[in-house]
Design a protein around this ligand. Structure first.
Ligand SMILES: [Zn+2]
Length: 152
């Protein structure tokens, strides 16, 4: 996959492509990240004012369980290995698992709520929060926010 870096930097000042794509997803994914969603996560980052960790395999200290390379765009293969939902938004560039150093999942969730950004899918886990834009796919009539919690 070729990424136009100049374009990328304009729409994503806070996140480099390698924070969104794992090496495997860069090589094998046919889906690009959803641009609207990428802009949204950048706006969220600006509003929160703290680093948001998506993929970061440079440091084991920020490892998100075993999702260290798969918190952004995933290949179908990696998604299967992680036990992700078969229709996971991670495989179509419409989901991120975000972590903020020093905060639990519920604390990150509360921070996201304070920013008033609407994410159609929100999953709260012990150390991270899953954000997605599922309603932007095909299910336009269902604008209800789906919220779930796990492991806490
Ligand atoms: Zn997720």
């Amino acid at each position: 996959m070729n990424i136009d870096l100049a374009y990328w930097q304009r729409i994503s000042p806070y996140f480099k492509p390698q924070e969104i794509y794992s090496p495997a997803s860069l090589q094998h994914c046919s889906h690009l990240i959803d641009i609207g969603f990428l802009k949204k996560i950048n706006h969220l980052r600006a509003k929160i004012g703290k680093p948001i960790i998506i993929n970061n395999w440079a440091s084991t200290r920020v490892k998100i369980q075993d999702r260290i390379e798969n918190a952004g765009v995933r290949t179908q293969n990696d998604n299967k290995k992680l036990g992700g939902a078969s229709n996971s938004m991670h495989c179509t560039g419409r989901a991120f698992d975000i972590k903020i150093r020093g905060l639990t999942g519920i604390e990150i969730y509360n921070l996201v709520l304070e920013t008033n950004f609407v994410f159609e899918g929100l999953g709260i886990y012990k150390s991270f929060v899953h954000l997605d834009c599922r309603a932007n796919l095909t299910n336009k009539q269902n604008k209800n926010i789906k919220l779930w919690t796990k492991n806490y």
